[in-house]
Design a binder for this molecule. Structure first.
Ligand code: UDP
Ligand code: MG
Length: 339
């Protein structure tokens, strides 16, 4: 064997992911019957051009429309269907997908075509550069109101202040994870899954790929402001105990204020002796203290409730039916399928 061919073999050995890798695509779906056929067509085209073995995992998150029938109707051996027993929410549906994915790398993508499947080759090439988490970062948010954009910005700012891990701004769940990153995520079995935080928490080399996020292709978003508020609460309480500290500081501050005011009241009573006065101030102080107490109790309650949920140690999800892809059947390599 001459030196040149030996060097080329060594190079291949150094970059195992560049040849013959398998890719899994995880797609949580909830009432997406209108978009799915288009999504599947676009994604399949991209994947076929990638020159790798691939599988596609649709996680039916308790859809109430014909989503499941649409998925089954695709009749593609590369498609795996995980039918969850009910609607568990996108985060858990995604986790179910990651648990069942067999590829060397896993891409998580929304079904509504807001995340362009055409970006996947870029994500893959960054992964091949050695990054374990390659997230798609929006350069433009289209089809979103000013209010949504500004509240999102505020949220990122607050969470950045409150936690030590850095959560990249303007990123959704659309990303590629190496097998190592998927395994690391698999270790995090908490019930309250703030995925953006979990993706950041695992660490490993991470990189961004920029893209334009377009408006939903069809169907309706499942988000409203109440859900977004709860999402923000989830993010903060899952990754920071600063609100609890704030509660104790507010307590300390009001106690100091109350003490100073008490000194003033006693002083006034002793020097002027006015017996029945101060109804207004009494009411103000009472209501203020009552408010502060209830607020801090509420903060503690948020954490307590989450602890309650975590201590039950229930499984994250239940699968009603699992229909594996060919990648599963061939032990993760999928040689029997020709793209
Ligand atoms: N989704 C899900 N379970 C849910 C809600 C949403 O699996 O309970 C899926 C949905 O089908 C889509 C993705 O999560 O593929 C993103 O949902 P959506 O477009 O409503 O969220 P947005 O893009 O507004 O953040
Ligand atoms: Mg969407």
């Amino acid at each position: 064997m001459n030196l040149a061919s030996r060097q080329s073999i060594d190079k291949e050995a150094l970059l195992p992911s560049q040849k013959g890798f398998t890719l899994s695509v995880v797609v949580p779906v909830y009432n997406e019957e209108e978009v799915l056929p288009d999504f599947h067509r676009r994604l399949s085209t991209v994947m076929n051009n990638l020159g790798a073995n691939w599988e596609l995992l649709y996680i039916n998150d308790g859809s109430t429309d014909r989503t499941l029938q649409v998925i089954r109707g695709l009749c593609d051996p590369r498609v795996a269907t995980i039918d969850l027993s009910r609607n568990f929410g996108k985060e858990i549906a995604m986790t179910a997908g990651l648990d069942h994915a067999r590829g060397d790398a896993v891409v998580v993508i929304d079904a509504d075509l807001q995340d362009p499947p055409e970006l996947i080759p870029d994500l893959v090439s960054k992964w091949q550069d050695g990054f374990d988490v390659v997230y798609a970062k929006r350069s433009v948010r289209e089809g979103e109101s000013c209010l949504k954009k500004s509240t999102a910005k505020l949220f990122y700012r607050v969470i950045q202040r409150l936690t030590r891990i850095s959560i990249p701004e303007d990123t959704g769940d659309f990303r590629l994870l190496s097998r190592k990153a998927v395994q690391a995520l698999g270790l995090l079995r908490e019930q309250h899954r703030f995925m953006k935080g979990l993706f950041a928490w695992i660490g490993y080399p991470q990189a961004a790929v920029y893209f334009r996020r377009s408006p939903r292709f069809a169907g309706k978003t499942k988000w409203n402001y109440w859900r977004l508020w709860n999402f923000a609460l989830e993010g903060i309480t899952s990754f920071s105990i600063v609100p609890l500290k704030i509660a104790s500081y507010i307590g300390l501050l009001t106690a100091t204020g109350a003490f100073i005011y008490a000194c003033f009241v006693i002083f006034k009573k002793l020097t002027y002796g006015d017996p029945v006065q101060g109804y207004a101030s009494l009411m103000v102080v009472m209501l203020f203290l009552g408010g502060v107490q209830l607020m801090t109790l509420g903060m503690i309650g948020e954490y307590l409730g989450r602890m309650f949920n975590e201590t039950k140690r229930r499984p994250l999800y239940l699968v009603n039916h699992f229909d594996p892809s060919c990648l599963w059947k061939t032990g993760g390599r999928g040689q029997d399928v020709v793209n």
